[in-house]
Ligand binder design. Structure first.
Ligand SMILES: [Zn+2]
Ligand SMILES: [Zn+2]
Ligand SMILES: [Zn+2]
Length: 340
């Protein structure tokens, strides 16, 4: 595996011939009592309100390895570097059949804190420019490990979609001296047609130019660039946990699988950064969570040469989601026959 830079778009691509992964046994290594299969966790966070813990392990088939330097080098006009980075599995619960949509909101709050702690910790490593937290739920979303978990990667580059967003937010701020997501949040709140849920501090909406049907974002109603700094400073993430749980409980009634990604600020202290490049990041970028459903039955959505066609308007999607019940009991019932 190595990282190659697209010389035109300047985005990095992970490239390598697929190695056969270790065959998984019938025993789930992340269920209680099977610790011998996975070794000691890198980090664990005991639940505050019940027994058990959230545990973080190195990924069994990592895309990035923690040892060494990135060693950027040229091959003619091209650039490449080693796949230095971190790839972790965050085991959300000791319970093999749990899901965020049916979990206790205090446990979800602990999970969000765990995401924040790991991002914050890996950002101290100057080799890493970005730390991504993401979740693939459902086989069609590429979920490989059955036990409920989130993944984290720390990379020596900023992922392409985030880089576009960071550059665009910076440009918008230069022109208007305002944060683009603060503007979006305010307008969506006033218009209401794409709003799915609202609480004191958070707004859930189907974005104006949704790329896939039922795309859903959770956006803070206040300005903050960094997910981890914000959550660690606040201490209590129960309100965000409730918002996330309700969104997923609704979404699981229309889709069997989704990708979830936390969009936060990059590591502005990473080695090799141009001094001053991120000087307005605290004002121009606004963290948020993006959820991209994958539902083959309602997906006439496809991309042609990187342009999107989405077969459900965000207004229809938001109206539908808003009407769906968001209780834990409903999500539990839905889970009967829910395969992933
Ligand atoms: Zn398990
Ligand atoms: Zn903002
Ligand atoms: Zn985003």
């Amino acid at each position: 595996m190595e990282l190659r830079k697209d010389p035109i778009t300047k985005s990095w691509v992970l490239i390598g011939d697929l190695e056969a992964s270790a065959p998984g046994g019938p025993t789930c290594p992340y269920c209680p009592g099977n610790d011998v299969l996975v070794g000691p966790p890198i980090y664990q966070l005991p639940f505050k309100n019940r027994s058990g813990a959230i545990r973080v392990f190195p990924h069994p088939g990592p895309l990035y390895r923690i040892e060494g330097k990135a060693e950027r080098r040229a091959e003619g006009i091209y650039d490449k570097m080693r796949t230095v980075g971190a790839h972790e599995v965050i085991v959300e619960s000791p319970d093999h059949d749990s899901r965020i949509s049916i979990a206790d909101e205090h446990d979800i709050a602990d999970l969000l804190s765990c995401w924040a702690v790991r991002i914050d910790d890996l950002k101290k490593d100057g080799r890493f420019k970005y730390v991504s937290v993401f979740k693939n739920q459902g086989m069609v979303a590429g979920q490989e490990i059955k036990h409920p978990h989130t993944e984290l990667t720390a990379t020596p580059f900023i992922p392409r979609r985030i880089l576009y967003e960071l550059r665009a937010s910076q440009e918008y701020y230069e022109r208007k001296e305002r944060c683009v997501l603060c503007d979006i949040e305010r307008q969506e709140e006033q218009q209401g047609t794409r709003v799915v849920d609202i609480s004191g501090s958070y707004l859930a909406l189907c974005p104006f130019a949704s790329r896939v049907p039922y795309e859903l974002w959770i956006v803070p109603r206040y300005h903050h660039a960094s997910f981890e700094a914000d959550l660690l400073h606040r201490g209590d993430s129960t309100e965000l946990a409730g918002m996330l749980r309700r969104c997923l409980a609704r979404l699981e009634q229309v889709t069997e699988a989704y990708h979830l990604v936390v969009h936060t600020s990059p590591n502005t202290h990473a080695r090799g950064e141009v001094p001053g490049y991120w000087s307005t990041i605290h004002d121009d970028y606004h963290w948020h969570i993006e959820i991209m459903p994958i539902a083959r039955n309602l997906m006439k959505s496809y991309s042609i040469k990187e342009s999107y066609y989405c077969s459900t308007t965000p207004e229809t999607a938001a109206a539908h989601l808003k009407d769906l019940p968001a209780g834990r009991e409903v999500a539990q019932q839905q889970s009967l026959g829910f395969k992933y």
